[in-house]
Every structure is written in C-alpha cells, then in structure tokens.
Design a binder for this molecule. Sequence first.
Ligand SMILES: [Zn+2]
Length: 193
Amino acid sequence: MKTYRNNLNHFFSLVEALEKLPSIGKKSAQRMAYTLSIENKNLALQISHCIENAIDHVSKCSICGGVSESEICEICLDENRHNGQICMVLHPRDIFTIEEIGDFKGIYQVISELEMFDFITLKKQIQKFQIKEIIFAFSPTLANDSIMLFIEHNLQDCDLIFTKIAQGVPTGIGLENIDQLSLARAFSSRIKL
Ligand SMILES: [Zn+2]
C-alpha cells in the first residue's frame, strides 16, 4: 500500500489539500479528488479557474467585514439601508443567511477577533449613520452571551438600544443551519437586552 501510495503523489497531495477545507473528512476528500482528477477533469479546470478568480477579487468589506468584491460592499454603499440599525453577526456567511430572508433593511457588522475589534471605528460609524439599534444575530450560547455583554459594555456611551434575535434559534447551532422561517421569526420578535 505504501509503494502504491508513493507513486500517487499528485493524487494524495490533492486529497490532503481538500482535507484542509472545513467539514471535509478523509473519505470525502478522496471522493472529490477522484472526481476532479479522473471522472470530471473539465469540472476540475472550472473549479480551479473559479478559485483563482475568487482569490484575486473577493475580500472583506472595509466597513462591515462582510464578503465583498470591492473595497466597500453593496450593502454599506446603499443609502436606503442606513435605517438606524446595525445587525451584528459572528461570521461573514451569516450575512448571506439573513439576506436570503430579505426582511432586514439595515447594515451589518461582523464581529471577528473580538480582542482586536476596533470599537473606535465602529463608534464613528454609529455616529455617522445615526445608528439607534444594535441587533445581535447570534445563536444562543454562553460564550455568545458574553460577547454581547462585552460589545454592549464597549458601546455604553453611545445612545443605543440593544436587542437580540428571539427564541426559536436553537442553542449552539450556527445561523446558517437554522431554517429561514425560524430565523425570520427570531428577527421580528427580537428581545431588548
Ligand atoms: Zn460592508
């Protein structure tokens, strides 16, 4: 087996690279590597082209931290979305989930690396965009509750209402795994902190 494997360097390099992707285990990585290198080489080329383009053109919005293909994302640039609400999320992909529901009309802020989070810039945005309400769209865990308290504490000198999305969001589950109806309900019946 060892010699057989040793002569498949390129194949197993691909397997090992794919295994590094989130939620891809060894078996899935092997299946994908087989499809890409043997069954569907055209798909493989298409994917490699998409990956190259994504690396070159996709980054984070310099204001909200969401996924963007320009320095500032479409949501931050859209004046109609400056309605006095900021929705705080823990990951840029949560913005996709909430945008799919389509009910939220404000702007977003991604809270990543809380220790290094720039509250001074956020406070400037809050002033500039006349923000009145901070909505925390976090799934309910003890760790997330303490993040909310930490943010609230750091923004206590701003004149803000803090709310969080309501019940119906199961404990310990990422936003992306919640069905749209539950998340829409959780948004519309949010609770004041
Ligand atoms: Zn943005």
